[in-house]
Design a protein around this ligand. Structure first.
Ligand code: ATP
Length: 349
């Protein structure tokens, strides 16, 4: 395997007594789209700032293209950062904003013109080169910021909440463009987001962070289908946490207050407390037949499916995705959870 483009090894950083990074290790490959996902304050921005060189870590090691980054100033790193605020220059037009980094590097005028034109084309800004920044929409500004950050051909581009200022519809469109541009330029991207849908949609791999630590690094599908911890299961996507006790007589099962849930795979011993995390869409629902008896208490129409809240015990309500059949409040239903659906965690929440 080729060595990673970026290696972050056991990075630590504290501000006064507050620990922002508590031993973070990640590796990012050349041309990879990598996402840092986690709740506010978990250390995502601090990690980006350490990679860019705006912040000096207390401990650990950063290596880029085999070079130890300790002591290398930001402008000498083959890294660029695109800020959430975009930080565009209001007194310069679109063309000059994109050209800025190239002029500072002292590149020749012809080369600058060619590179800026290429980027304006790629970001669909070609007709707007002469516009001032305050004459642009939010989506257009975002693209100027991206073109400017890519102009000096960084090996690694860091994007801090790049779509955070856009409304929902524009965000979705821009996600496709961002992915296309990343593929076209073959630049490694690390994107910071607290929006799980964005991370799942964009990234080749995701690192889920919590309180200065990495909880899991995996592909979007694995993060969603095989969360390594209860925190990841709860943070990424919707899930049900079902508490119970492992029973091993006649095949492994989770014994719950509303019945036995057979389990295909279970390494936990008889009598162990455990929690099953199961996504709403992995619970099957019907009006009759075998299964867990419940009653629909509430529902939310989500377009392609309806999310139901189904009470199955006095103290247990499950969220269930119904893709067909019209269910309404008060309906008696039967639920089944396949033995291989969901992930079992030891202990209770
Ligand atoms: P958000 O999603 O809200 O941007 P984040 O995951 O990017 O959050 P960081 O900005 O990296 O989190 O902050 C991590 C922790 O370090 C937080 O507790 C924050 O308050 C603290 N912190 C960050 N920067 C500083 C600073 N310059 N001085 C003091 N504390 C800081």
């Amino acid at each position: 395997m080729s060595p990673p483009l970026l290696s972050v090894a056991d990075l630590t950083k504290a501000y006064g007594g507050a620990v922002a990074l508590d031993g973070v290790s990640i590796e990012v490959g050349a041309g990879e789209f990598f996402a840092l996902l986690g709740p506010s304050g978990c250390g995502k921005t601090t990690l980006m700032r350490c990679i860019a060189g705006f912040e000096t870590p207390d401990g650990g090691k950063l290596t880029l293209k085999g070079e130890d980054l300790a002591g290398v100033p930001p402008h000498r790193r083959p890294v660029n950062m695109m800020f959430q605020s975009y930080a565009l220059f209001p007194h310069l037009n679109v063309f000059e904003n994109v050209a800025f980094g190239l002029r500072r590097k002292g590149e020749k005028e012809d080369a600058i013109r060619a590179r800026v034109s290429e980027l304006l084309e790629m970001t669909q800004l070609a007709p707007l080169g002469a516009r001032r920044i305050n004459e642009l929409s939010g989506g257009q500004r975002q693209r100027v910021a991206l073109a400017r950050a890519l102009a000096p051909r960084p090996s690694l581009l860091l994007l801090d909440e790049p779509l955070g200022a856009l409304d929902r519809k524009l965000r979705e469109e821009t996600q496709f463009q961002l992915k296309e541009i990343q593929r076209e330029t073959r630049t490694s991207f690390i994107i910071v987001t607290h929006d799980q849908d964005e991370a799942l949609a964009l990234a080749d791999r995701i690192a889920v962070m919590r309180a200065g630590r990495v909880e899991q690094i995996a592909s979007p599908i694995d993060i969603y289908e095989r969360p390594a911890t209860r925190f990841v299961a709860g943070f990424v996507g919707e899930t049900n946490f079902i508490d119970g006790v492992i029973a091993r007589d006649g095949g492994a099962a989770l014994a719950t207050s509303f019945g036995r849930l057979p389990r295909a795979e279970c390494a936990l011993p008889e009598g162990a407390r455990a929690t099953l995390s199961v996504r709403p869409e992995r619970i099957d629902i019907s009006r009759q037949g075998e299964g867990i008896a419940g009653r629909v208490e509430d529902f939310v129409f989500r377009g392609e499916y309806t999310l139901l809240r189904v009470r199955v015990a006095p103290d247990v309500v499950l969220r269930v995705g119904a893709y067909d059949g019209r269910f309404t409040i008060g309906d008696a239903v039967k639920l089944t959870i396949a033995p291989d659906a969901g992930v079992l965690f030891a202990g209770e929440a």
